[in-house]
Design a protein around this ligand. Structure first.
Ligand SMILES: [Zn+2]
Length: 102
C-alpha cells in the first residue's frame, strides 16, 4: 500500500512542478495519494498547501475518508482533503522512496 502511495506521489511531484509556475495560491488538481491502488480520484488544493505537506516525506494528501489507520495517522482534516502521516515500517519505506531525497 505504501508503494502505491509513493508512486502517486511521483506523479504529483511532476504535476506540482507545473503548478508551481502558476503561483502558490492557485488551486491545482492532484491525485489522491491514499493506500488504495484502484483510487484514481483527484483533489484540488493550493500548491502551497501541497508543498507544506510534502516538506515531510512521510506525509501524504488524500481525499476525506481515504485513510488507512493501520499504516498512517491523521494530521489535518478538512472538507476538501485530509493529510495523513505514515507510521512505523510504512514511514521508513516511503522515506526511502521519496523522490526529493534521491
Ligand atoms: Zn484515494
Amino acid at each position: 500500500m505504501a508503494e502505491n502511495e509513493a508512486l502517486f506521489r511521483e506523479v504529483n511531484e511532476r504535476m506540482e512542478a507545473v503548478a508551481h509556475r502558476l503561483g502558490p495560491n492557485v488551486p491545482y488538481e492532484f491525485l489522491c495519494e491514499c493506500a488504495n491502488a484502484d483510487c484514481t480520484f483527484r483533489l484540488t488544493l493550493p500548491t502551497q498547501v501541497y508543498e507544506s505537506v510534502r516538506a515531510d516525506a512521510t506525509q501524504f494528501v488524500v481525499l476525506p475518508l481515504h485513510f488507512t489507520p493501520e499504516i498512517e495517522e491523521l494530521v489535518i482534516e478538512n472538507d476538501t482533503y485530509w493529510v495523513v502521516r505514515k507510521t512505523g515500517e510504512a514511514a521508513e519505506y516511503v522515506e526511502r522512496l521519496d523522490p526529493r531525497s534521491r
